[in-house]
Design a protein around this ligand. Structure first.
Ligand code: S3P
Length: 455
């Protein structure tokens, strides 16, 4: 298997600090890599389908490659041929007992979905990850798995390392997801695939719906009812025959967020980000930036692989502070760090609410963002679930930002440095490879000034 997903885990490398400096206008066109959420699921669903799934546009970031290695350890065959990835799956219920622990590196999506995917099997699977992932809460997925009858053989206060053994007879459950989390919803739905009968997930607040859409596309029997108050009831029938598919992965809106915000804040910028997923569960940032006065034009809307995609044309803009509605949080949950950067360059106060989930991402993002803003002379207030940024149209910069193994913190503050008065440094940029390996060269080609700094 010459081009299997073999890249080394990011935590195996030493930190590489980087500095971003005030740049001239960013100009040109850029294509961001494939969507991370869809890429993880393409490997997982391909591994469960009968036949050969072919994936185009996969994100070849460390997080997704870790999922690919885990699917290989469970018996799937994965090969890269030319630009496409070929996955030969084992059928639902067909995974083999892995010979060693499954290492998900930095990836919460990878590990939480995989616990649903193979945690119900009647063998022991051990899940491990890097320091960031090992600090993240897993009780949110262990709770429903325990209700199904899964034995948690090993855990560290409900954190990794975790070992699971499925029951002889797993039970279908009805599970109301207690927090807005697509990962928890997906974990339960994936577990339901190997449980006879109907597994039901109740989702009071809609989150990204890639699992539902892709399961339907692979041939699962999945029914969704939406009640008057927006609550979604998702029912999946166990033991379907999933059939291999051709999957085209659209560009990741969460990665597109970085060149888009850079284009808005760097004077003289005029750029186009191509091929961006427009699924409404993912576009909250574009709505918010437009409300702030950002000149953002969605052009060339088209369909690709069952999803709407478009190109995003961005020009440097004078931004004003806004209050972001609390209910918008799930559709832009990964974008708050870079929104905070945009808010720092706006005039006036930006209020961000309902941010509790940010505390349990790759880092405590609420705290990491607030410290990074303060280090660069931006006035802000961090509350338990809110962040208030008081923008003054310009940012002094000059700060050193601690990234806490968090790719989105690193990229957000590198974007800040492209427009601040003095350069901004981050203590490490290696983990950017988990989601957006082309970030530095890609923005560099548009005119961004990044320099390697000394450790
Ligand atoms: C994801 C769900 C979100 C998001 C993450 C990807 C997914 O996490 O932050 O980057 O692919 O399902 P939560 O489910 O914890 O909100």
């Amino acid at each position: 298997m010459s081009s299997a997903p073999t890249a080394s885990a990011p935590h195996a490398t030493s930190p590489r600090p980087m500095t971003a400096s005030r740049s001239d206008g960013l100009r040109g066109r850029m294509r961001v890599p494939g969507d991370k959420s869809i890429s993880h699921r393409a490997f997982m669903f391909g591994a469960m389908a009968v036949g050969e799934t072919v994936v185009e546009g996969l994100l070849e970031g460390e997080d997704v490659l870790a999922t690919g290695r885990a699917m290989q350890a469970l018996g799937a065959t994965i090969e890269k041929r030319g630009e496409s990835w070929h996955i030969n799956g084992l059928g639902v219920g067909g995974f083999l007992e892995p010979q060693g622990p499954l290492d998900f590196g930095n990836a919460g999506t990878g590990v939480r979905l995989a616990m649903g995917l193979c945690g119900t099997y009647d063998f022991v699977t051990r899940f491990v990850g890097d320091a960031s992932l090992s600090a993240r809460p897993m009780k949110r997925v262990l709770d429903p798995l325990r209700a199904i009858g899964v034995e948690v053989v090993e855990h560290n206060d409900n954190r990794l390392p975790i070992a699971l053994r499925g029951p002889r007879t797993p039970l279908p459950i009805e599970y109301r997801v207690p927090m807005a989390s697509a990962q928890v919803k997906s974990c339960v739905l994936l577990a339901g695939l190997v449980i006879p009968g109907t597994t039901t997930v109740i989702e009071p607040i809609m989150t990204r719906d890639h699992t539902e859409k892709m399961l339907a596309g692979f041939g699962a029997d999945i029914q969704i009812t939406t009640e008057a108050d927006g609550t979604r009831i998702i029912e999946v029938s166990g033991l379907p025959e999933l059939k291999a598919q051709a999957v085209t992965v659209p560009g990741d809106p969460s990665s597109a967020a970085f060149p888009i915000v850079a284009g808005l804040i760097v004077p003289g910028s005029d750029l186009i980000v191509e091929n961006v997923l427009m699924n409404p569960t993912r576009t909250g940032l574009l709505t918010t930036l437009s409300e702030m006065g950002g000149q953002i034009e969605i052009i060339n809307r088209r369909l690709s692989g069952g999803e709407e995609i478009a190109d995003v044309h961005v020009r440097h803009s004078a931004l004003s502070g806004v209050t972001v509605p609390a209910e918008r949080a799930p559709s832009m949950i990964d974008e708050y760090p870079v929104l905070a950067v945009a808010a720092a360059f706006a005039e006036g106060e930006t209020v961000m609410e309902n941010l509790g989930e940010l505390r349990v991402k790759e880092s405590d993002r609420l705290a990491a963002v607030a410290r990074g803003l303060e280090a660069n002379g931006v006035d802000c207030t961090e509350e338990e679930e809110r962040l208030i940024v008081r923008g003054r149209g310009a940012v002094p910069g000059g700060g050193q930002v601690a990234t806490h193994l968090d790719h989105r913190i690193a990229m957000s503050f590198l974007v800040m440095g492209l427009a601040s008065d003095r350069p901004v440094s981050v203590d490490d940029r290696t983990m950017i490879a988990t989601s957006f390996p082309q970030f530095v060269p890609g923005l560099g080609a548009l005119g961004a000034r990044f320099t390697e700094a000394d450790a």
